[in-house]
Design a protein around this ligand. Structure first.
Ligand SMILES: [Zn+2]
Length: 423
C-alpha cells in the first residue's frame, strides 16, 4: 500500500501520552506539534513530527497532501450512538417545541416505541441504506469510529437484523463500528405489563444468539425505574458478562436511580448519561475504574437544563468521555464538534479537555485505545484535517462542518468541495 505524507499543518494535535485513558490535568495535554507533519504507511501512522523531520523521510512516489496551514487531529471516536433505525421523529420534535414532555410522548406510544414499530417493518437492506446515509454525516463531522447499538428491534429476529446491518456496515465502509447489543432498551408493546417475561427473553434467547453469532462486543441496558430497574438490569448484565460481553449502562439519565453504582458493582467499561448522578455515584465509578460517557447533545435536544457534573467528575479523577448519543429522538446529531461546543459552554470543560474526551478516552472506553484515538506511530492512520488554524476553533465555531479531509486507515473517506473562500 501507498505511503501518505501530510505537510504544512499549523498544528498536529497528537494526543500522545501514556497508554491509558487520561485523567485530571492530563486531559489538557494534547501534545501539539506546531508546523507539524505526519507520515502514514500501509494504513498505519509511521511518524509524526515537525515538517523538517518528516520531509526528510518521505520516500519517492509517496502521496503528499499540503494541508495549507490547517490543523490535523485524530479522527473523533463516538462511543455512544444508535445509528440504525427506520424513519425519524421530527413530528415529536415539533410536539416538544410546543410543550409536550419526552416521557408524556413515550407514554402515548411515541419515543423509542415508535421507532421500534418502523424498524421492525423495515428490511435489512432498507436499514442499511438509511444507516449508510448517517455514516456520511459522521464522516463529514470528523468521526472515524463509532460505537453502534441495537435496541429498536426488541424481538430476537429484529435485534439480530439490526446487528447484522451493523456488521455489514463495518465490513464494507470507511467508518469503523463497534457493535453493542441493547435488547434491554425498552419493553416492547407486546410485553406491556409483563416485563419479567421480556427480561427472560433477553437473557435466555437474545444474549446467547448474539454471542454465538459474534454480533456484538458489548451489552448495554437502559437502567431507569420506568424501563429496567436496577435488579433487572443487574440480572441482564451479569448474564452478558458470563457470555463474554463487555458492559455499558444507560444510567441516571432522567433521575437518580443507582445506575452508576450498578455499573461500578459489575465492573462495566462505561456508565453513560449520568445527568443526575450524585457524589456517591461519582465516587463509586472512580473506585471501580468505570469511564463516564457524557451526552450533552441529549440534554440540549430535549430542552432540559441539567447537564452532567463533568467538572466534579474530572476533579474526582474520572476518565471522562464525550459522545453524541446520535438517535432519531432525544439526540438527533452525529456531530462531535457540536458536542464539544456544548461541553465547553454548558459543562465548563476546556476545549482541550473536550477533545481528549472525544478521542483518546473514547477509544479506550471501547477497548480501541491501542488502535486509534491519538496520532502515534503504529496506530491506524485515522485522522482529520480540519479547516482551522487552532484546535480551539473546533469548539468555538459551532453549527458548521470543520473537516476539510477525513482519512481512515490511510485512505481518503471524505473531502470537502473547493470554495472560493478556501486558502
Ligand atoms: Zn443512548
Amino acid at each position: 500500500m501507498a505511503t501518505l505524507a501530510v505537510l504544512n499543518c499549523a498544528q498536529v494535535v497528537t494526543l500522545q501520552g501514556p497508554a491509558r485513558p487520561r485523567t485530571g490535568a492530563e486531559l489538557r495535554q494534547l501534545a501539539i506539534v506546531e508546523d507539524g507533519a505526519l507520515l502514514a504507511r500501509n494504513g498505519r501512522i509511521a511518524a509524526v513530527g515537525t515538517r523538517r523531520e518528516i520531509e526528510a523521510s518521505i520516500p519517492p512516489g509517496a502521496r503528499v497532501i499540503d494541508a495549507g496551514g490547517r490543523i490535523v487531529l485524530p479522527g473523533f471516536v463516538d462511543a455512544h450512538t444508535h445509528p440504525v433505525f427506520a424513519g425519524n421523529r421530527a413530528d415529536e420534535f415539533a410536539l416538544r417545541a410546543e410543550g409536550a414532555g419526552y416521557e408524556e410522548i413515550a407514554a402515548a406510544g411515541g419515543g423509542i416505541r415508535s421507532t421500534v414499530r418502523k424498524t421492525r417493518a423495515a428490511t435489512e437492506d432498507e436499514l442499511w441504506r438509511a444507516a449508510a446515509r448517517y455514516e456520511g454525516w459522521f464522516l463529514r463531522n470528523g468521526t472515524t469510529t463509532v460505537e453502534a447499538k441495537s435496541g429498536y428491534g426488541l424481538s430476537v429476529e429484529d435485534e439480530l437484523k439490526m446487528l447484522r446491518v451493523i456488521r455489514r456496515l463495518n465490513e464494507s465502509g470507511p467508518l469503523e463500528y463497534v457493535p453493542t447489543f441493547l435488547g434491554a432498551h425498552e419493553v416492547p408493546d407486546e410485553y406491556r405489563g409483563r416485563p419479567q417475561e421480556y427480561v427472560a427473553l433477553v437473557m435466555e434467547e437474545m444474549l446467547p444468539r448474539v454471542a454465538s453469532e459474534k454480533l456484538a462486543s458489548y451489552c448495554d441496558v437502559f437502567c431507569e425505574p420506568r424501563v429496567f430497574n436496577v435488579d433487572d438490569s443487574r440480572r441482564i448484565l451479569r448474564r452478558a458478562r458470563e457470555l463474554g460481553f463487555g458492559l455499558r449502562v444507560h444510567a441516571d439519565q432522567l433521575g437518580l436511580s443507582q445506575g452508576a453504582q450498578l455499573a461500578a458493582e459489575l465492573g462495566a467499561a462505561t456508565a453513560d448519561h449520568l445527568e443526575h448522578t450524585d457524589a456517591a455515584g461519582i465516587e463509586a465509578l472512580h473506585a471501580a475504574g468505570v469511564q463516564p460517557v457524557l451526552l450533552p447533545g441529549s440534554v440540549y435536544a430535549l430542552g432540559l437544563r441539567t447537564y452532567p457534573a463533568a467538572r466534579a467528575m474530572i476533579a474526582a479523577g474520572l476518565a471522562i468521555v464525550l459522545a453524541t448519543d446520535f438517535n432519531p429522538g432525544s439526540s438527533p446529531t452525529p456531530s462531535l464538534p457540536m458536542v464539544l461546543s456544548l461541553a465547553c459552554t454548558q459543562m465548563r470543560l476546556s476545549p482541550a479537555e473536550a477533545i481528549a474526551a472525544a478521542t483518546i478516552n473514547a477509544a479506550y472506553s471501547l477497548g480501541r485505545g491501542g488502535e486509534t484515538g491519538s496520532l502515534e506511530a503504529g496506530k491506524r492512520a485515522d485522522f482529520v484535517i480540519h479547516d482551522c488554524s487552532d484546535y480551539r476553533e473546533l469548539a468555538c465555531f459551532f453549527g458548521i462542518e470543520h473537516p476539510w479531509m477525513v482519512v481512515t486507515r490511510g485512505v481518503t473517506a471524505f473531502e470537502r468541495e473547493a470554495h472560493r473562500g478556501d486558502a
